[in-house]
Ligand binder design. Structure first.
Ligand SMILES: Cc1ncc(COP(=O)(O)O)c(C=O)c1O
Length: 434
């Protein structure tokens, strides 16, 4: 039977993630995996969750198993509002921050609308933007060698960094393919009339700019206060919304916190938070902090998606956050991850051949490696897997599929004792490829 005639015109724009394909194809526990963005399972407060689940059922009974408001239960909205110092009206609970990204896209994007984001950027966000047939326009966040830029990347982005017209070439990723996975917005031309950045845009302006300012996925880099201020200034002048995706913000291992973009521009920022990296991703809970008129549309939009976020999970998360248990657990997680980050950095220093550089994140779960130009991490991937080591090719985070000499490495998931043999294997593979 041919099912194609049943599909909507949107279906070709639903791109499969190569990262998810890796998970489907390979049993990652059997190899040295630096691929996924999984937290270390040791950070999951299993005993506390057992205790709080009973407590919640005692305290709330069947209410904890009933449907609840689309905006989230009041108890959870209140503890989130208290923690981040905002009125409860500005908080909406989501079924994780992936849903947060998607509902922001859904309420703002028409086909052909421009979304501004960094290159590289989070793949799951690109999937969402493209499913609404947006044009994704990027500005650089890293220098060619993978180090962070000294000056503001927004000021420096060039027309040649842009790609356009996502309508023409829908396709799906194949992480093991030899050819560049042709994301649908390849090409080197900005949409007609658009020269980003700086106030020379005649049409169409970006609807919103999507950034991960703290310990970005995939680069691990953090936007400075000046970069955040400049982005806000640009958003005010060009009149676009900022979607600030901050699932890693509370996982800082060194350096000083930088104010959120929301705190700089609460009138035009949707700040996305998540319990996934600070509690348990299986809970599928997150939140959006933002202006009430935007949250009101998201509230309506979400009614057709999930009616309400998982209710029992919300009660447990509210107790966990409200009682101070989250902070205690965070302190342990931060100590663990700081050690893992430092170990990964020292192993890269010890084993990587010359010509390889990497970022030095102050938090989060990832760092980004840049290899000599001639090494193609997409082409190398099957060999890496058969050798027993996994990474994510960096080009998957560039909407134009460029930067094939880069890779994202996760340092949170793998057991400390397995990191050295894993990095050594990867370094040996790169030396052979040299
Ligand atoms: C930047 C970013 N945003 C959103 C998500 C989605 O997280 P969740 O839906 O589990 O909250 C991830 C997951 O890795 C991410 O890296």
């Amino acid at each position: 039977m041919d099912y194609n005639k049943f599909f909507s015109d949107d279906v070709p724009f639903f791109l499969g993630s190569p990262v998810r394909e890796i998970f489907r194809a390979v049993d990652l526990s059997s190899i040295y995996s630096f691929a996924g963005g999984y937290p270390d399972a040791a950070t999951f407060p299993v005993e506390e969750i057992k205790r709080l689940s009973s407590l919640v059922l005692e305290k709330y009974g069947s209410k904890a198993l009933q449907y609840s408001g689309t905006q989230g239960i009041p108890e959870l909205r209140e503890v989130i509002a208290r923690r981040y110092g905002v009125p409860v009206e500005n908080v909406l609970v989501t079924t994780s921050s992936q849903q947060g990204i998607d509902v922001c896209s859904r309420i703002m994007l028409n086909p052909g609308d421009v979304v501004l984001t960094t290159a590289p950027t989070y793949l799951g966000a690109l999937q969402s933007f493209l499913s609404y047939r947006a044009k994704v326009v990027t500005f650089g966040q890293l220098n060619g060698d993978g180090s962070a830029r000294d000056s503001n990347p927004l000021r420096e982005s060039k027309e040649s960094d842009f790609f356009a017209d996502s309508q023409k070439n829908p396709t799906s990723f194949d992480p093991t393919a030899k050819a560049v996975p042709p994301l649908p917005c390849r090409g080197r031309h900005a949409p007609e009339g658009v020269t980003v950045p700086r106030r020379t845009v005649s049409a169409p302006n970006p609807k919103f700019c999507y950034v991960i300012p703290d310990f970005q996925n995939p680069s691990g880099e953090t936007m400075s206060l000046e970069e955040r201020q400049e982005l806000v200034q640009m958003a005010r002048e060009m009149d676009f919304i900022i979607v600030e995706d901050a699932p890693y913000r509370e996982l800082r291992y060194s350096g000083e916190p930088v104010p959120t973009i929301y705190s700089l521009a609460p009138e035009r920022t949707l700040h996305l938070g998540s319990f996934s990296k600070i509690f348990a991703p299986g809970f599928r809970l997150g939140w959006i902090i933002g202006p009430e008129p935007l949250l009101e549309q998201i509230y309506k939009c979400k009614q057709s998606l999930d009616l309400c976020p998982p209710v029992l999970n919300q009660y447990v998360a509210a107790e966990f956050m409200g009682s101070g248990a989250l902070d205690a657990n965070l302190r342990k997680s931060i100590d663990l991850y700081r050690g893992k980050r430092d170990l990964m950095l020292s192993l890269l220093e010890k084993y990587m051949p010359s010509g390889v550089t990497w970022t030095h994140p102050e938090g989060g779960l990832f760092l980004f490696v840049t290899l000599p130009e001639h090494i193609d991490t997409v082409a190398l991937y099957s060999k890496a897997l058969s050798t027993g080591v996994a990474y994510v090719a960096g080009s998957f985070f560039y909407p134009d599929g460029s930067h094939r000499n880069t890779m994202r490495l996760n340092f949170s998931y793998l057991d400390t004792s397995r990191m050295e043999p894993g990095i050594k294997l990867l370094a040996d593979l790169l030396k052979e490829t040299d």
